[in-house]
Design a protein around this ligand. Structure first.
Ligand SMILES: Cc1cc2nc3c(=O)[nH]c(=O)nc-3n(C[C@H](O)[C@H](O)[C@H](O)COP(=O)(O)OP(=O)(O)OC[C@H]3O[C@@H](n4cnc5c(N)ncnc54)[C@H](O)[C@@H]3O)c2cc1C
Length: 453
């Protein structure tokens, strides 16, 4: 470490990365989009796109209702477009509620937000009003309606996903009628809290917030085996705990977050995106280097703490695009499942630089939640967006399925109706609500058709 301490470690890795990346790029890869026109809508990673006949940014509730009632064919909403699966695209009508974003109402710790409000805006405004979300995912560019549509989650064995934090919501049905739903409405409410946008358009959501709190994040590296043992042993001793596993380098980055009364903000975190992009490109073109790069990167991650208001600590800036598959397995089987996934990646010599993110989420009662009546460990498998993700995802998906894993609705998976009905105990209860609220299947695009019909 003495040598490493004496040089600019990030500069060294950047130089290595840029040498490999630039050297490996063919000239046509430097030309943007090969001259093709950009689609009207595209998701974050660029693996989903659409050119809908009717792309609407609803400017009022009345205009939204008119669009919904007059629409023909399939009707879909989009929020932050951060899903990897085909949950958004349609060639017919695609609606954004972004112009209707903002806080609608506050009553104590109950905050009602427009469905198109981004989590970043809501969590920062809630903070200014003395409140925090109970838990948040690791980025905050999702819309609130889009996030609850897929049970978007953070980490912490005692903490539920965003869908579990919902106290009420308003749903505009495909008929144009609006329903206000709370827990008094039984399955209608439990279905609407995680609906993959299959029931109608969510126009506002009431969240139960907490008094504002500050967090202290601690990140450090450990050999992979030690990280697995640490996280399994300590999972109930931290409010938030997770780790990023690098199977080929047999290393891990561990992260915990705890509430603190330390009033002093840390300086902003160092941004590693440029470095990550370069190393990802290098690993893609020179797979034989990937195990070494994974070992090196953990050498370059220093033991670090970061203290700030909760919403600032939860949110990371992710600009290096990837595609992702995520399954949630029973919490007690999480580490064993991860071990098998890592073994498979090593044994099949699969070239993947991006780490596997491992998190815990508490059980809830939302009908289609990945945590429905089952506390879960989620394994998020990433592949750099320019690299073919099929070899990786098809090698690990059978393992995740063998552990009774439930796929994250916003991420890539290959399951259809029959398999999902077995994995989600309340699947048929959800289907009953869906058939009642959308009898003509107006909300079903191609992807949702495969899930539900
Ligand atoms: C970089 C990155 C980091 C991520 N981190 C996490 C994480 O930490 N934890 C996690 O669980 N997931 C994570 N995700 C996944 C992401 O949170 C989910 O896919 C989420 O659904 C995206 O929200 P969105 O607003 O972008 O929704 P979109 O992707 O735009 O839409 C998602 C679904 O919501 C529906 N929808 C959107 N708005 C409405 C509405 N008003 N009414 C009804 N339905 C609507 C859409 O039709 C679609 O079915 C991440 C994704 C990325 C790209």
């Amino acid at each position: 470490m003495a040598l490493l301490d004496s040089i600019d470690r990030r500069g060294f890795l950047k130089a290595l990365g840029s040498a490999g990346a630039v050297g490996a790029l063919a000239p046509e890869q430097l030309l943007a989009d090969g001259g093709q026109a950009a689609p009207a809508w595209q998701n974050w990673s660029g693996n989903q796109s659409a050119n809908p006949a009717n792309l609407v940014f609803a400017s009022s509730e009345a205009a939204l209702r008119e669009t919904v009632q007059n629409s023909t064919g399939t009707l879909r909403a989009f929020g932050g477009s951060h899903s990897f699966s085909g949950v958004v695209p349609t060639d017919d009508t695609l609606i954004s509620l972004e112009p209707l974003a903002g806080l609608r109402h506050q009553d104590g710790n109950l905050f009602t937000w427009g469905g198109g409000t981004r989590l970043a805006m809501a969590s920062s405004q809630a903070w200014n009003m003395g409140h925090s979300f109970t838990n948040e995912p690791d980025i905050n560019l999702q819309s609130l309606a889009g996030a609850i549509a897929t049970s978007t989650h953070g980490t912490g064995t005692g903490l539920q996903s965003l869908s579990g934090q919902v106290e009420g919501l308003t749903l505009m049905l495909p008929s144009g009628e609006s329903l206000r739903l709370t827990s008094d409405d039984g399955d209608h409410f439990l279905a609407a809290c995680c609906s993959i946008g299959a029931l109608g358009i969510v126009t506002d959501i009431t969240f139960r917030h907490e008094p504002a709190y500050r967090l202290k994040e601690h990140t450090w590296t450990l050999p992979l085996r030690e990280a697995m043992d640490f996280v399994e042993r300590e999972k109930d001793n931290f409010r938030h705990i997770e780790f990023f596993a690098f199977p080929l380098g047999e290393q891990a980055i561990v992260k915990t977050m705890e509430i603190t009364d330390d009033p002093q903000d840390s300086p902003p975190r160092e941004d590693d995106n440029e470095l990550l992009e370069m190393v990802s490109k290098l690993a893609m073109h020179a797979g034989w280097l990937t195990p070494t790069l994974q070992k090196l990167v953990t050498l370059f991650v220093e033991d670090n703490t970061y203290t700030a208001p909760s919403h600032k600590v939860f949110a990371n800036r992710r600009t290096v695009r990837f595609n992702e598959m995520e399954y949630t397995v029973p919490a007690e089987d999480g580490i064993a499942c991860l071990e098998e996934v890592c073994d498979t990646i090593r044994n099949q010599d699969i070239n993947v630089f991006f780490p596997i993110e491992f998190r815990y989420v508490a059980a809830d009662d939302r009908l289609l939640s990945m945590y429905h009546e089952r506390a879960g460990a989620s394994l998020s498998i990433h592949q750099y967006f320019e690299q073919d993700h099929q070899p990786l995802f098809s090698a690990v998906e059978p393992i995740l399925r063998r552990y009774a894993g439930r796929p994250h609705w916003g991420k890539l998976h290959s399951l259809g109706h029959a398999e999902l009905a077995e994995l989600y105990p309340a699947f048929e209860r959800f289907q009953a609500v869906r058939r009642e609220l959308d009898p003509q299947g107006k909300m079903l695009n191609e992807h949702l058709g495969k899930l539900f019909v």
